[in-house]
Design a protein around this ligand. Structure first.
Ligand SMILES: [Zn+2]
Ligand SMILES: [Zn+2]
Length: 105
């Protein structure tokens, strides 16, 4: 649970962040630090929300149950288009093909 004070602090941070919508060469409008600006601030509730959501985004392969948290790695596994077979199934299919070919010989 959060207290009224915590909500007030979050709203204050959001209001301060809203005054710095693009790079202005100054320090962070929320905490005053010089190393970053408001949209990168750990005290910015919006930034923290975005970080959390991107950390929670996972892709699971229907075919082999592999789980990916990295979009690039997921794309690599699933292929570029939806019609393309995922990497795991492509190797299973090629294994099947070579097994069938061996059996037919
Ligand atoms: Zn800051
Ligand atoms: Zn897979």
């Amino acid at each position: 649970m959060f207290t009224r004070e915590q909500y007030h602090k979050a709203i204050k941070s959001l209001n301060a962040g809203m005054t710095q919508l693009k790079p202005d060469g100054k320090g962070c409008s929320i905490c005053g630090d010089n190393g970053h600006q408001a949209w990168q601030c750990l005290q910015n509730p919006l930034f923290m929300m975005q970080q959390t959501w991107s950390a929670l985004t996972v892709w699971r392969c229907f075919h082999c149950n592999a789980i990916f948290t990295d979009e690039e790695k997921a794309a690599e596994h699933f292929g570029d288009s939806s019609s393309e077979l995922p990497l795991c199934s492509r190797s299973i299919i090629s294994l099947l093909h070579s097994t069938i070919r061996r059996l037919c010989d």
